[in-house]
Design a protein around this ligand. Structure first.
Ligand SMILES: [Zn+2]
Length: 176
C-alpha cells in the first residue's frame, strides 16, 4: 500500500501526463488542419493556373489558324472575310466551342481598307484579357504589316495593349 504522499505524487503525475497528451493531440489536430488547408489552397491555385493556361493555349491555336488563313487569302487575292476564320481544331479539341470562340474575338472585317502601305494595323484581338495568377494579364493581337504584306499575331500584356491599341487602330466597342 502506498503512502499518502506517494499517492499525491501519482495523481499529480497522471494529471500532468493527461494534460500533455491533450496538448499533443490538439497540436496534431491543428497541424493536420493546417496541412489540409495548405494542400487545398495549392490545388485551387494549380487548377486556376491550368484553366488559365488551357484558355491561352486554345486562343493561341485559333490565332495561329486565323493568321495563316488570312495570309493564304491575301496570297490568293481574295477579299478579307466577313468573319475571323477560326478552326474547330485550332488548338481546341472541342468543335462545340467554335461559336463561343467567335464571340471571344474582336475582328475588324474592314481592316484592309485601313491598310496603308508600310504601316501595321490591328486586325483582331481577344475581346477581353486572359487572366493569369502570377503573370500580367494579356491578350493576343492579330495585325497586318502593310510593308511586308504579312499577317502576324503576338501576345501583349494589358499595359502594352492599352499603349498600342490606338496606334494599331483597334477600337473595341467595350474597351480598353
Ligand atoms: Zn484570347
Amino acid at each position: 500500500m502506498s503512502e499518502p504522499s506517494e499517492l499525491y505524487t501519482d495523481v499529480i503525475t497522471s494529471d500532468r501526463v493527461a494534460r500533455r497528451t491533450i496538448a499533443e493531440r490538439r497540436r496534431r489536430v491543428l497541424r493536420n488542419v493546417a496541412t489540409v488547408f495548405v494542400i487545398t489552397v495549392l490545388m485551387v491555385v494549380l487548377l486556376v493556373m491550368s484553366r488559365d493556361q488551357q484558355a491561352i493555349n486554345s486562343c493561341h491555336g485559333r490565332m495561329a489558324f486565323a493568321t495563316a488563313a488570312l495570309q493564304d487569302m491575301l496570297g490568293a487575292g481574295a477579299v478579307s472575310p466577313a468573319e475571323l476564320p477560326l478552326s474547330d481544331r485550332g488548338g481546341d479539341p472541342n468543335p462545340q466551342s467554335a461559336p463561343r470562340a467567335n464571340t471571344h474575338y474582336f475582328y475588324d472585317a474592314f481592316h484592309s481598307s485601313r491598310g496603308e502601305v508600310g504601316r501595321e494595323i490591328g486586325v483582331a484581338c481577344c475581346r477581353f484579357a486572359h487572366s493569369q495568377l502570377f503573370r500580367p494579364n494579356g491578350r493576343y493581337v492579330l495585325s497586318y504589316d502593310g510593308a511586308a504584306r504579312k499577317y502576324q499575331y503576338r501576345w501583349m500584356s494589358e499595359v502594352e495593349f492599352a499603349r498600342l491599341a490606338p496606334e494599331l487602330g483597334l477600337r473595341l466597342p467595350d474597351g480598353p
